[in-house]
Write a protein that binds this ligand. Structure first.
Ligand code: NAD
Ligand code: UGA
Length: 422
């Protein structure tokens, strides 16, 4: 079993650390956030992620997992150092490598000889070389091993991946990284670093393209009177198309698809290719926030001035507490800009976010509301008491931006219902 340092204890780093320790490795996970390190050392997990807390406790109790402050403390005895730090969007749309470079600078002087540094953060083509240069070590190899997990099912996805991608010009380092995934059954693709880095961006970009495509089809369905649910069902049975990632909604959000699509446009531009298809995907997505806000305005009678809008859902999707680049927050700000009074509820968001102070229950936000907007697909919303909701609202009208609710059942209760593309 290997000695692994994981740098960064966020969604990817924490998941990587607990899963490698679950597979039997000795893992030291480092973060720069002192409070987070202390919390994790007590076995408390600061994010909502199914199964993660149990795995942290398993690792701590088994003595195979520990948390430390600062990357250097974790890297001193490491055979492998996984970089799982943020790669946010820079001012020009490109990926900002500041955190990656800082982490590499910290571990460079202390890594043991023959260690392998692994880029798990999503990094643009050429970043393997950047890390090599910053480390300044001839006796250390840098390998790309991008991550494909989804928030909300991070642990499951890490342990049951569709594929493991390893990018390295050093075959023996690639085999060493592959051997860490002992017990995980998945095809392993070993390629050069540039191809591995491109696989990650191309995959996220393709998923984003599917979502923008289906949101565009939903707009067509709205215009011609078709039902997008049936359209997608009929398309999906063609195995070349498939059913996955074709749910229309308020647009894609989260910490990755928005930044990675923009970064790919930038990578392509730098390489001399104008990726207009991807620009279109991003534009359709930006338009989708506006389209949903316009649906809410139309349902309110053409103006949002002084209208109370109840919002259910603030996270960028269900089963996470992550609100980074959440479409719900984008739509809320479009509504408030137009004079609406927004009252919001989300099962996973308790503190203020994006200028919204969420309420503690889904019913109180409906009091006196002229429209209810469902912006995140939390399953809980389907089972609420809609007679009670109708009674609380000024007028029972709902915009279901996730096509989550039972339209005929709501209409029977006197609601006006508008979904996306149906
Ligand atoms: P995150 O913001 O949740 O976590 C990053 C962590 O790194 C933070 O806790 C931060 O304090 C810590 N950190 C920053 N600098 C550090 C340093 N020098 N030493 C130690 N810790 C440091 O980020 P994330 O969502 O886990 O994403 C990390 C990377 O993985 C990004 O490149 C992202 O694109 C990629 N990725 C994310 C997901 C996802 O679902 N979130 C999936 C696949 C890939
Ligand atoms: C996404 C990818 O799915 C992961 O494979 C990848 O590892 C990750 O980005 C990353 O690189 O960080 P994630 O951001 O957790 O994962 O969320 P997704 O499930 O992909 O959803 C992204 C957004 O698209 C959400 O706002 C979601 O509501 C929306 N979406 C998704 C739709 O509107 N329709 C769909 O059919 C699917």
């Amino acid at each position: 079993m290997a000695q692994i340092a994981v740098i960064g204890a966020g969604y990817v780093g924490l998941t990587t650390a607990v899963c490698f320790s679950h597979l039997g490795h000795d893992v030291v996970c480092a973060d720069i956030d002192e409070a987070k390190v202390a919390q994790l050392t007590r076995g408390e997990v600061p994010i909502v992620e199914a199964g993660l807390e149990a795995m942290v406790r398993e690792g701590l109790e088994g003595g195979r997992l520990s948390f430390v402050l600062g990357a250097a403390s974790a890297a001193r005895a490491a055979e492998f150092a996984y970089l799982c730090v943020p790669t946010p969007q820079g001012d020009d749309g490109s990926a900002d490598l500041t955190y990656i470079e800082a982490a590499a600078r910290e571990i460079g002087p202390v890594l043991p000889s023959e260690a392998v540094v692994v880029n798990k953060s999503t990094v643009p083509v050429g970043s393997t070389r950047v890390v090599e240069r910053v480390l300044g070590r001839d006796d250390v190899v840098v390998v790309s091993n991008p991550e494909f997990l989804r928030e909300g099912s991070a642990v499951h996805d890490f342990l049951n991946p569709g594929r493991i991608v390893i990018g390295s010009d050093d075959q023996s380092a690639a085999v060493r990284v592959a051997s860490l995934y002992i017990g995980v059954t998945a095809p392993i693709i070993v390629t050069d670093p540039a191809s591995a880095e491109t696989i990650k961006y191309a995959s996220n970009a393709f998923l984003a393209a599917k979502i923008s495509f289906v949101n565009a089809i939903a707009a067509v369905c709205d215009a011609v009177g078709a039902d997008v649910k049936d359209v997608v069902l009929g398309m999906g049975y063609d195995s070349r198309i498939g059913h996955e990632f074709l749910k229309p909604g308020p647009g894609f959000g989260g910490s990755c698809l928005p930044k990675d699509t923009r970064a790919l446009v930038h990578i392509a531009d730098d390489a001399g290719y104008s990726f207009d298809l991807m620009r279109g995907v991003i534009t359709v997505n930006e338009d989708q926030f506006q389209r949903v806000a316009a649906k809410i305005r139309e349902m309110a009678g053409g103006s949002l001035e002084g209208v109370k809008v109840a919002v259910w859902g603030l996270t960028f999707k269900a089963r996470t507490d992550d609100t980074r680049e959440s479409p719900a927050l984008r739509i809320v700000s479009l509504l408030t800009e137009q004079g609406a009074e927004v009252q919001a509820y989300d099962p996973a968001v308790k503190g203020p976010v994006g200028g919204v102070v969420p309420a503690n229950d889904p019913y109180s936000v409906c009091e006196g509301a002229g429209v209810l907007a469902v912006l995140t697909e939390w399953d809980d919303f389907r089972w609420l008491d809609f007679d009670k909701v109708a009674g609380l609202m000024e007028t029972p009208r709902v915009i279901d931006a996730r096509n989550l609710l039972d339209k005929p059942a709501l209409e029977r209760r006197g609601f006006s219902y508008v979904g996306i593309g149906r």
